[in-house]
Design a protein around this ligand. Structure first.
Ligand SMILES: [Zn+2]
Length: 249
C-alpha cells in the first residue's frame, strides 16, 4: 500500500553504490526503516538532502510483513538550518534523534513522541535560551516512552513521598526512608530534584521550558537523568559524549 507522511530522519546511511538506508520517525507509522534506491541518479526524484534530523514529506510502499519499506519520494520540508550553523545546537539535535531511535521500536506509532521531537527541533532552531532543553527533553522522552520511574508514591509501601528519598532503578521508582533501609544500591534523591523532574514530566512543554533549575541542583539532575537513560535505554548513547564535549567548550 502506498503511504504518505511527514517524517524526521533519525538515521541515514549509504547502502551500496547508489542507495541509502534511512530510518524515520513518523506521527502515524512510528519508526520506519526504508531503502531509497537510485539516490545519486541525476536528476534525482528525491528532493531531500537526507541529512540527520531534517523534516521531510515522504511516500513509501508499506510492506506489512517486512521490516524494510521502499521509499519512493522524499521532499524536504524543514532542514532546521539555524541548528546546523551552531555546534552546540547540532550536538543537542543529534543527541535527541539518537535517544528517540533508542527509545522506539519500529511500527509502534506514538504521535506525542513525534510532536516532542519536532517541538525540540523547532526550539533548537528558534530559541535564544536553551539552558533547560536537554534535561527537559530527556524527562519528556522517558515519560512518553513509559520509562519514567514512579516519582509520587513509595514503591514499597505505596505512601506518598514528601521528604528526601531514595530511588531504585530496578524497582522503577522511589522508596520512602523506611522501605529504603531494606535495599542496596539506591540513588539518593533530594526534594528539589524530585520536584523539578515531576514538574517537567507533568507540565506542557512551553510551561516546563520556563522552569529554572537552581545552579546548585543542575549537576545532580544531569547525573540522575543520565543514570535513568543508561539503565532504561542504553549504556552507550554515542552522541552523549559529543554533547558533553561541546558543552564543556
Ligand atoms: Zn515505603
Amino acid at each position: 500500500m502506498i503511504q504518505t507522511t511527514d517524517a524526521v530522519i533519525l538515521r541515514s546511511e549509504r547502502f551500496r553504490e547508489t542507495s541509502r538506508l534511512l530510518t524515520f520517525l513518523t506521527p502515524d507509522f512510528g519508526k520506519i526503516h526504508t531503502l531509497a534506491k537510485g539516490v545519486r541518479r541525476q536528476p534525482s526524484r528525491f528532493g531531500s538532502t537526507f541529512q540527520l534530523f531534517t523534516c521531510n514529506r515522504i511516500v513509501f510502499y508499506e510492506r506489512k510483513r517486512s521490516g524494510l519499506q521502499l521509499l519512493s519520494q522524499c521532499d524536504l520540508i524543514n532542514p532546521f538550518s539555524p541548528i546546523r550553523s551552531d555546534l552546540k545546537r547540532t550536538a543537542c539535535a543529534v543527541y535527541f534523534t539518537e535517544l528517540v531511535d533508542r527509545a522506539t521500536e519500529p511500527a509502534d506509532p506514538n504521535g506525542r513522541l513525534y510532536a516532542l521531537l519536532l517541538r525540540a527541533l523547532r526550539d533548537l532552531s528558534e530559541k535564544e535560551d536553551l539552558r533547560e532543553i536537554v534535561p527537559l527533553f530527556e524527562v519528556k522522552l522517558l515519560s512518553l516512552s513509559g520509562l519514567m520511574p514512579e516519582l509520587t508514591r513509595c514503591q514499597g509501601c505505596r505512601e506518598k513521598i514528601t521528604a528526601p528519598c531514595a530511588l531504585s532503578l530496578q524497582k522503577g521508582g522511589i522508596l520512602c526512608d523506611l522501605c529504603s533501609k531494606k535495599e542496596k544500591g539506591l540513588l539518593q534523591l533530594s526534594m528539589g530534584i524530585l520536584e523539578s523532574i515531576r514538574h517537567m514530566a507533568s507540565s506542557p512543554w512551553e510551561l516546563a521550558h520556563r522552569i529554572r533549575i537552581p545552579e546548585k541542583n543542575r549537576g545532580e539532575l544531569t547525573q540522575m537523568l543520565r543514570q535513568f537513560i543508561a539503565f532504561y535505554l542504553d549504556e552507550k548513547i554515542r552522541s552523549r559524549r559529543f554533547l558533553e564535549e561541546v558543552e564543556s567548550l
